[in-house]
Write a protein that binds this ligand. Sequence first.
Ligand code: FAD
Length: 536
Amino acid sequence: MADSVPIATYVMVIFFIYVSHLMSTLGKPKSWTYLLPPKLPNIHLADRLSDDPIAIKLASTDFGNIVKEIPAAVLYPSSNNDIASLIKFSHSSSPPFQIAARGQGHSISGQAMARDGVVVDMKSLRNYRNGNGVKVSSAASSSMGWYADVGGEQLWADVLNATLEHGFAPVSWTDYLYLTVGGTLSNAGISGQTFQYGPQISNVYEMDVITGKGDFVTCSPEKNTELFYAVLGGLGQFGIIVRARIPLEPAPKRVKWVRMLYNDFSAFTRDQEHLISINGRKQKNAVDYLEGSLLMSQGPHPNNWRSSFFSLSDHSKIISLLTKYGILYCLEVVKFYHDDHTLASMEMEVQVLLEELSFIPGFVYEKDVLYVDFLNRVRSGEIKLQSQGLWDVPHPWLNLFVPKSRISDFNYGVFNDIILKRNITTGPILVYPMNRSKWDDRMSAIIPDEEVFYTIGFLHSSGFDDWGALDVQNKDILQFCYDSGIEVKQYLPNYKTREEWKYHFGIKWRTFQERKNQFDPKIILSPGHRIFSTND
Ligand code: FAD
């Protein structure tokens, strides 16, 4: 038929069938038929697109609650093929339309949004995986050992539960587990295990990725290497991750969780750096997790949504210490253990370790909890805030990587001179070091050029009217770093101009650009980062 009917008539017939189908199923024409190319490749895919106001509203917001970009439609995929068809269709359209994968939308400034384009709601895939969203296997014959094949749309909380059923777990985590595998692998995925195991992007064997051309590609360090490293920390620019193979290790049962307080920043960082220098996986005296945070009488409180740790009586002692010093530094470490047989030796190791540290005598606090509860420690804070209507508020967050050589200048200029003096900070401030050697420079993620660098997370919450002051404070922090020559790199980066992105990527900018050209030449994917534009 296609050969005998003029092409224009053929297109019109297809278009007519397609619009009639939509009218009959939904009773009204969809607005995206005006914004997106009218010819969709098949009616089945059109069924999965929605411009329902609720769907559009959800896809135009994120955890940051500051940026809003309205898409033309939301795709609810039922398979990887749906995603590939959508991207292929855009790739063959003139002009192409933009597409953003949305995991949980836990981004801060519109990174998972697509103005006038299509947002792919990845969580829809969870309904169609038929129990295969997380598949645990062992390749005893190869060097791989135990691993899990997980859908890019899966939550890390679900990965944990599924792998624990086999007595195994991934080794590198984020503090909060209700994030998607695809979302954190597009950034880095960091937490207190990063100093030892590297970020989550250092713990991936293989991935299935649908590129910006709509090609389905399996990649690994051995196969399609360029795509593999491009995608890890690649801010969703090169493809949509639909499967990742994650290494597993035997899961501990319980953890000893210790927090210590310091009033002297250099003692605090010296101890942190000492502890992360012992980072061999099998080293007995190594801790299994290390983080740190700031405490202030106003602002970052001893207990906060990230974890409620201190008892009421500890709390009042800490508050009087805070009144004396204004600012305290809290070092947090964890040692894992498997059972009662290993408890005694673990406790001995912790005691030896504590003796080497210079926290304020008497200000050390311990807890013993289940491993799973430790990993899921942020969830209860989230549920509490949700019940008070305080979770879905603006979050003007700023996350930075600061080179070790300048961390004391940062403390002086930012923590003491900006944060303490302005006294407007609301929410946890994280401060902990990691080792560059645990990252792979071929990946797209950007970190400072020193072996040890700190992550600093200003995790602000605010009211809908007053996030502006925190935003100004964030800008002033960045300006201070710039003026002082502190070469910070943003984690979960948020820039507006090409110049800023070039500066961010530094010598990796050229590679990043070339990879974009190779895997998403029509600049379709993840427009919310504003790195590339179709006008380039
Ligand atoms: P989204 O926000 O939905 O997406 C993030 C980016 O990835 C977007 O550009 C999107 O287009 C792209 N993307 C999403 N899915 C895919 C996919 N399958 N393939 C390719 N690209 C994709 N981060 C840490 O590293 N450590 C932490 O401890 C940590 N704690 C957090 C706690 C909270 C409460 C929140 C809100 C965030 C936290 N984050 C942390 C940040 C988190 O890593 C980012 O928000 C990240 O974007 C993951 O969120 P998401 O899965 O909702 O992804």
